[in-house]
Design a protein around this ligand. Structure first.
Ligand SMILES: Nc1ncnc2c1ncn2[C@@H]1O[C@H](COP(=O)(O)OP(=O)(O)OP(=O)(O)O)[C@@H](O)[C@H]1O
Ligand SMILES: CC(C)(CO)[C@@H](O)C(=O)NCCC(=O)O
Ligand SMILES: [K+]
Length: 248
């Protein structure tokens, strides 16, 4: 069993795969290192190996690795920046600066697409990355995602206040809002969908219709209607993690 972790800005996504077949046997989302330890403790079989990607600080990532070593005796393999992996070339001027979640998502995207692709990830931040048919990463874009947009509005205005349950209800439609919660929640979704449409236009300008669109991240489904041709791949970062950190 292999424990795989995607340590994002707000949550840790974890899963356990069978080493030989690669089948997913367990998984979840937690909001702290302690909650992760508890989830792994509760597994029927302890994982023997572990690989992770993190966009957190070196200290936080080292702290999590140490915790996993202490509790489970795991020797954690941590994804590192690279100029090239599996025929994909990092497009940043300084390859070490490219967020590792983006790098792994685009590695996974290129692998699944087998050609030119546009990879978009909707988490705390929204990101888009472009990879050409020959594996050249052309760069990408970073914007605030749904959680950041809504919290900016809540924080910097006096009269925008609502709870999470009404936020969820508000997203049953994208019609013009008739309450604050509907106006904000739907407005932010329209921002993200507009972002998606402009990335699609850019990709069409580059490659015509000859490219694959991949969506991932916790809020991927909110933008799906703006990219009907897209493949939604919730585990895309893990596809890239296996490519960047083979364990044998
Ligand atoms: N089961 C879930 N648990 C937590 N968040 C979820 C879940 N399903 C959807 N979401 C939404 O996904 C978003 C967080 O996405 P994700 O987990 O990809 O973020 P992250 O990894 O912390 O951020 P980033 O990828 O930008 O580092 C939140 O807006 C949240 O509401
Ligand atoms: C943009 C985020 C925060 C999204 O998780 C992450 O990919 C990151 O920290 N990136 C480093 C900056 C960059 O990618 O240019
Ligand atoms: K992430």
């Amino acid at each position: 069993m292999i424990l795989e972790l995607d340590c994002g800005n707000s949550f840790i996504k974890w899963r356990v795969i069978h080493a030989a077949q690669g089948a997913v046997v367990a998984g979840g989302i937690v909001d702290s290192d302690q909650a992760l330890v508890a989830a792994v403790m509760a597994l029927p079989e302890a994982p023997k190996r572990c690989r992770l990607v993190s966009v957190r600080s070196e200290e936080e990532t080292a702290g999590l690795s140490a915790l996993l070593a202490q509790h489970f005796g795991l020797n954690v393999v941590v994804a590192q920046p690279a100029k090239e992996v599996c025929g994909v070339r990092n497009g940043y001027e300084d390859y070490q600066r490219l967020g590792l979640d983006r790098w792994l998502a685009l590695l996974g995207g290129y692998h699944l697409a087998g050609g030119a692709c546009l990879v978009m990830d909707f988490g705390t931040a929204a990101k888009a990355d472009f990879v050409s048919a020959d594996g050249e990463h052309l760069g990408g874009f970073i914007c605030p995602g749904m959680p950041l947009m809504r919290s900016q509005l809540r924080t910097h205005t006096r009269r925008i206040r609502y709870d999470d349950a009404s936020a969820e209800r508000a997203l049953s439609s994208l019609a013009p809002g008739r309450s604050t919660v509907e106006a904000v929640e739907r407005g932010c979704v329209h921002m993200l969908q507009g972002f998606v449409r402009s990335q699609l236009e850019y990709a069409q300008g580059l490659w015509g219709d000859d490219f694959t669109v991949l969506l991932t991240g916790g809020d991927a489904l909110l933008v799906q209607e703006a990219a009907p041709q897209a493949r939604v791949v919730p585990d895309l970062v893990f596809v890239g993690l296996a490519m960047a950190c083979p364990l044998d």
